[in-house]
Ligand binder design. Structure first.
Ligand code: GAF
Length: 426
């Protein structure tokens, strides 16, 4: 029989204490403070960010905690509770594209990007003068490699720490600039060609809401991210996350290949991004494309439309129009149907699902979920399911049993009430 493992989020206090302990053990002094940032799930809008499309993430209660202290010199020293005794070191001046690797490239890349905000290659001056080096120790309850943005959580926690340490003032009211720095770290220093969903979610989500992100190229910063109603509990539903524990990596060639196919198709169609293709214009666009590109483009265009429909249905959930239990059930069923359609499109047209993700979605749905889908980049990682409140354990048990029956390794489960963004803890 299957055992069902729940991955609980730490309290903010517990996370801060753990990171502080790791800091003291590694550096023999107290940190200046602790900053943290959440992982995310994406409710719908997958592989749309780098196509100028829409995404709808929520932040997890699971966070990465960074205990941090400035240094008087240029050194960057990083410790992780997951790798006791192992220090990652570099000097600030040597960090840049192609010069660092390993896990430290994520935090170091953020420091590089924040020290070069104008992009001219010279270090920008901060309020306190030249950016200083720093010591940082990391601990996290965001599961690694689970498609829940553990990398972005690390980048964004370091970004808000550096924002304070270097007196940049971006976290207060210019968070999209922090988002761009974290994206540059990931794209240019780590070398993963990701699209910005994860860093935006970790820096911009607000508790109790989903975040509607608009990646259309000319979107101004003040229209880029809008909090939207997402109250599954008002519909008698709970968001369940299923970490399949199937290996997932974004630096491998598949993600980059999908992105390249979309960019080539956009060029062929004479548009800046696939966002410009409307559902009405889709058939004409598909005629101009060969088989594989045709399916990839069909996914992107239909997925953007599904985000719009999902947002409209989720808005209804909070309105007077969904007062009776029948009306609420109709809205829940609509959200679920859109999730199911998104999964089918990612599986069949975009080809980024895998056996474990399909098992998770099928088993959750068979056990009563109103809808389920893979979330994040795919090729392993996590799925999400909207399940009737009170059935979380039963659905999780059924999914765990299906994994045993189909010979997959054991999955793990998380509860994911929409939570808060990157911030200072102590
Ligand atoms: C990964 C990437 F990092 C995001 O940018 C996004 O493209 C996602 O896959 C797919 O929607 O999480």
């Amino acid at each position: 029989p299957a055992t069902t493992t729940w991955l609980d989020a730490w309290t903010r206090q517990e996370g801060a204490e753990r990171a502080t302990r790791a800091f003291v053990a590694a550096f023999g002094r107290e940190p200046d403070g602790v900053w943290s940032a959440p992982g995310r799930v994406n409710l719908i809008g997958e592989h749309t960010d780098y196509n100028g499309g829409l995404c709808l993430p929520t932040a997890l209660p699971h966070r990465t905690y960074v205990a941090f202290a400035r240094r008087d010199d240029d050194a960057v020293r990083l410790a992780s509770a997951q790798r006791p005794g192992d220090l990652w070191t570099a000097s600030l001046g040597e960090i840049g594209p192609g010069t660092v690797d390993g896990w430290g490239a994520y935090p170091a890349g953020v420091a590089w990007a924040l020290a070069d905000r104008d992009g001219d290659g010279d270090r920008d001056r901060t309020r306190d003068g030249t950016p200083s080096g720093f010591d940082a120790a990391v601990d996290s309850c965001v599961p690694f490699g689970a498609g829940l943005s553990s990398s972005a959580a690390l980048e964004c926690a370091v970004a808000v720490a550096l924002d304070d340490a270097w007196g940049l003032g971006l976290a207060a009211d210019r968070r999209p600039e922090l988002t761009r720095a974290c994206m540059r770290a990931e794209n240019e220093v780590v070398g993963a060609p990701t699209g910005g969903l994860d860093q935006s979610a970790s820096l911009l989500c607000t508790p109790g809401h989903a975040l509607l992100l608009d990646f259309a190229p000319d979107t101004p910063d003040d229209a880029f991210a809008r909090p939207r109603t997402f109250e599954p509990e008002a519909l008698g539903l709970t968001l369940l996350v299923i970490d399949t524990r199937a290996e997932h990596s974004l630096a491998d060639g598949q993600y980059a290949e999908r992105r390249r196919t979309c960019e080539d198709a956009a060029r062929r169609l004479g548009v800046r991004t696939l966002r410009e293709i409307t559902p009405e214009g889709l058939d004409d666009a598909l005629e101009a494309l060969a088989d594989v590109a045709r399916r990839r483009v069909r996914h992107v265009v239909t997925e953007v439309a599904r985000v719009e429909e999902f947002v409209a249905a989720a808005d209804l959930a909070g309105s007077d129009q969904a007062r009776t239990s029948d009306e609420r059930a109709t809205v829940g069923a609509r959200l679920g149907a859109l999730m199911a359609a998104s999964h089918a499109s990612l599986r069949d047209d975009y080809e980024v699902s895998c056996a474990e993700l399909d098992t998770a979605v099928e088993a959750a749905t068979a056990a009563g979920a109103v809808g389920a889908r893979m979330t994040g980049g795919g090729f392993g990682g996590s799925a999400i399911a909207l399940v009737p409140r009170g059935t979380e354990q039963a659905v999780a048990d059924a999914v765990a049993q299906a994994f045993v029956d189909r010979g997959h390794g054991a999955p793990a489960f998380l509860l994911a009430p929409p939570s808060g963004p990157a911030d200072r803890d102590v």
